[in-house]
Design a protein around this ligand. Structure first.
Ligand code: GCB
Length: 592
């Protein structure tokens, strides 16, 4: 699926703004056909945004189940005879959509796009009613998983990931038009041969039998540098300007579909020419060892929750550069495509993650509440969960495969990985990722409960991604003991001969809390904790990356371990620096 864009043959219309909105706590909207007319008793809701924090109302904040979004719109009068498509960049966690009274699409998974061809329903110059029911319930088959429990006070949603279950329409909704004959997908890979860049492409075409594909590659100054025809092929760029970390140089590949001598579709795709390879313990970008410096992030800001905001996108990237970060992980779900596009242009390197987080009943027991479940079983995470997980991997890769910023797929965060069941569950999922994209390395993020020698899933990864909290969850406040234990474990992992990226290390820190002696929760402790980690990393060659948890404080569920959310941010939730931000800047910026 291609992201909607404007071109000489395409036109799109954003449907962002205020929609009609209603909760459906009795789950009656589907059977009562709420889509068949104006929503009764509706309020207004901003799109894009999470609905949870817009209203100062606990019933809305903690709501789970169906919510209804509706709006009317005019189909542009110039779209006569066009193919018309309704496209949602995401709906968290699943949705069904109607146009007028007709159901047009359903989609499972809260962070990847879906669309419906509504040509038969949309009449140019007339009005349409769009209704979407969005269900944010998490269950054992959803990615991420959760469970609805009966309690004396009523039903309660539980889940095992450490961020708030924000939901709604988080990203742009588009109506767009193309000709009936159109490009339906495009896959680009790049290679380097001496000074030459190679750009290989495959164009999928729909809606036409006989047609010709022409491609033109232009440099950043818009000068054509190569062209050819055919639905697939390779273009050579002499003296190529590479895409590299810190330098997001993009060529533009225009794909034209020509029918009877007329260009019936034109689609442009940014292309960063670079290579990615794992070689022993080295992670190579363009053949050069790359050292990841950065953060695990979240899509999380006040009021709009996980709603995309261009202003926060730019601000966060400015702060990343200010600290000297060259990379981040899209923990713990696929981020807005606006983030990916901007990372491409800024030369920020991404580890791109699915929403498979919380598949681990060993975690918790006091932190997130006792679990009382087995992770993998017929009743809990089972074959249906695995199929949804496979689909989440396929959709992530289908969406993000053409982004040069993405150098590594993370198929899960901290799942159970020390049992036979986990090995059986994950082995085929690595194959799914490799089949979908043979060009990038694949890994998953390992949890402290499955240390070296116990983890049975790391064998499948091209790199090792480790989350560790020595000096925080263990050896709390005792950094000398933490340093010894951490170095011991890391040395054992280094024996595997794979590159190691520390994808999480961090300490909760209350901004403004200070102490001259090392005291957890103080700003000074966060700095000393990071210093200790860095000493360990600098002594082990296989460590090719450090991504601090977290870039900024973020919202979580209520819990005795969380004081107004997770406070491991180096910046506060409103993006003010803690002392650690300056310490990282000193370590990471080599121009200061
Ligand atoms: C982890 C999780 C992350 C949590 C973090 C923490 O290991 O991957 O989602 O927020 O620890 O702060 O406990």
């Amino acid at each position: 699926m291609l992201r909607p864009q404007d071109s000489t043959t395409r036109e799109r219309k954003s449907l962002n703004g205020l929609w009609q909105f209603a909760l459906d706590p009795q789950s009656q909207g589907r059977s009562d056909r709420w889509f068949s007319g104006p929503l009764a008793d509706a309020t207004e809701m901003a799109v894009p945004a999470s609905f949870n924090d817009i209203t100062p109302n606990a019933a809305v904040h903690d709501y789970f189940g169906d919510v209804w979004y509706q709006r009317t719109l005019w189909v542009p009068r110039g779209w006569q005879g066009q193919r018309i498509v309704l496209h949602f960049e995401s709906a968290t966690h699943r949705a069904t959509v109607w146009v007028n009274d007709t159901e047009v699409v359903s989609h499972e998974g809260g962070y990847t796009p879906f669309e419906a061809d509504i040509t038969g329903l949309a009449v140019a110059g007339e009005q349409l009613r769009i209704t979407a029911v969005v269900d944010n319930t998490l269950n054992w088959q959803s990615i991420p998983p959760g469970v609805v429990e009966d309690t004396p006070a009523g039903k309660r949603q539980r889940y095992w990931h450490d961020f708030f279950n924000y939901a709604g329409l988080h990203r742009t909704v588009w109506l767009y038009a193309t000709n009936a004959a159109h490009l339906s997908d495009l896959t680009i890979t790049t290679d380097l041969q001496g000074d030459n860049g190679l750009v290989s492409y495959t164009a999928d075409v729909a809606g036409v039998d006989i047609s010709e594909v022409q491609v033109i590659l232009r440099d950043a100054e818009n000068n054509p540098v190569a062209s050819r025809s055919g639905a697939s092929g390779t273009l050579t760029i002499p003296a190529v300007h590479r895409w590299a970390p810190g330098e997001g140089y993009l060529y533009d590949l225009e794909v034209q579909l020509v029918h009877d001598g007329v260009v019936v579709d034109s689609y442009s795709q940014g292309v960063g020419v670079r290579t990615v390879k794992v070689d022993g313990i080295r992670f190579l970008i363009n053949g050069e060892p790359f050292q990841f410096k950065g953060f695990g992030k979240h899509e999380d800001v006040p009021v709009i929750g996980k709603g995309h905001s261009d202003a926060f996108l730019l601000h966060d990237f400015e702060l990343l550069k200010w600290t000297g970060a060259n990379s981040f992980r899209t923990s713990h779900y696929p981020y807005s495509e606006d983030v990916l596009d901007y990372a491409d242009r800024q030369g920020i390197v991404l580890i791109d993650e699915t929403a498979a987080v919380g598949l681990n009943m060993g975690l918790g027991g006091g932190i997130f509440g006792g679990q009382g479940y087995q992770t993998f079983s017929a009743e809990t995470a089972n074959a249906a969960t695995q199929e949804n997980h496979a689909q989440a991997i396929r959709e992530l890769i289908a969406r993000d495969k053409n982004h040069p910023s993405v150098v590594l797929w993370s198929i899960a965060n901290e799942p159970e990985s020390d049992t036979q069941e986990a090995e059986d569950y994950f082995r085929p999922l690595f194959d799914v990722a490799r089949k979908a994209d043979p060009s990038r390395p694949v890994g998953f993020v390992n949890v402290m409960l499955a240390p070296h020698g116990k983890c049975r899933v790391s064998q499948f990864g091209d790199v090792l991604m480790l989350n560790r909290y020595y000096g925080w969850y263990v050896n709390t406040g005792d950094l000398p003991a933490a340093e010894l234990a951490w170095e011991d474990e890391l040395n054992a992992w280094a024996g595997e001969g794979k590159p190691i990226i520390i994808t999480e290390y961090g300490a909760d820190t209350s901004p403004g809390l200070h102490s001259v002696v090392p005291t957890p929760w103080t700003e000074e402790y966060q700095v000393s904790y990071l210093d200790m980690n860095h000493r360990v990393f600098d002594r082990i060659d296989a460590v090719v990356g450090e991504q601090v948890w977290n870039f900024a404080d973020f919202a979580t569920t209520s819990g005795i371990m969380r004081v107004g959310g997770n406070k491991k941010g180096v910046f506060t939730r409103d993006r003010q620096p803690k002392t650690a931000a300056f310490a990282l800047r000193r370590r990471w910026r080599d121009d200061l």
